[in-house]
Design a protein around this ligand. Structure first.
Ligand SMILES: Nc1ncnc2c1ncn2[C@@H]1O[C@H](COP(=O)(O)OP(=O)(O)OP(=O)(O)O)[C@@H](O)[C@H]1O
Ligand SMILES: [Mg+2]
Length: 226
């Protein structure tokens, strides 16, 4: 089965991964500001979601009970819409796309966390992404107990966040396996550190990529930093 392909990418695609409460959302905006200040057009988005249709699927995904295959199909359906309408067009015009979670989360949560068939996920990944992969994945890695403490301090839990620590330990292992399989794409960030140290490590990982100079001109513009 051949898939409709996406237009050539001139920008770069960076994903933020890690278990719930690791600190992804805390740092994505800061990285966007940092990259904008260096001349990049930055598109900030998230999964599941990122388009009107995918956000509706996100609500179902987070709050309805469903079997593992339904969950996988729903999340990849949302991803297809998101890739086609937002990510691929942004990359085609040369933007830096920062995405809060992507396919590694599906392998970590539905695969390692729930025990869903990894071969089926890999097939869906091939169909939906037609070869499109992140250029860099920032993996915010922290012990599940610490992540649970952070979550408990701030909000009530959704369907996935109510899972126990053993579930998040499996998800963390799932991320470790993905990182092991794609070491050039992954940067592991020690998310147990202070916010400042985590932010500095995340920026360093982005700045150290040789392609970063192509998406940004490297010139700092302090006056544009609010
Ligand atoms: N390095 C840190 N030290 C202490 N607390 C932190 C740190 N980073 C983030 N937090 C806090 O932990 C909580 C969870 O962070 P955040 O929402 O960014 O996690 P997340 O990875 O986006 O989680 P989710 O997957 O559930 O969206 C927030 O209250 C945040 O302020
Ligand atoms: Mg978040």
């Amino acid at each position: 089965m051949s898939q409709p392909s996406f237009p050539p990418a001139h920008g770069r695609f960076v994903t933020f991964e890690g278990i719930d409460g690791a600190g992804k959302s805390s740092h994505i905006e800061a990285l966007a500001e940092w990259a904008r200040a260096r001349g990049a057009e930055v598109v900030l988005t998230r999964e599941p979601g990122g388009t009107p249709l995918a956000e509706r699927l996100r609500e179902l995904f987070l709050h309805e009970g469903m079997d593992a295959l339904t969950e996988a199909l729903l999340v990849f359906a949302a991803r297809r819409d998101h890739l086609s309408r937002v990510i691929a067009p942004a990359l085609a015009r040369g933007a830096l796309v920062l995405c809060d979670r992507f396919t590694d989360a599906t392998f970590a949560y539905q695969g390692a966390g729930r025990g869903f068939d990894l071969a089926v996920l890999a097939q869906l990944e091939t169909w939906v992404q037609a070869g499109r992969q992140p250029d860099l994945t920032l993996w915010f890695d922290v012990h599940p107990g610490e992540a649970a403490r952070r979550r408990a301090a701030v909000r009530s839990a959704d369907r996935l966040e109510r899972e126990d620590e053993a579930f998040f330990a499996r998800v963390r292992d799932g991320y470790a396996q993905r990182a092991h399989a794609a070491p050039a794409r992954f940067a592991r960030i020690d998310a147990a550190q202070t916010r400042e140290a985590v932010r500095a490590d995340a920026i360093a990982a982005l700045a150290s990529r040789p392609w970063f100079a192509d998406t940004a001109d490297g010139q700092e513009r302090p006056d544009e930093r609010a």
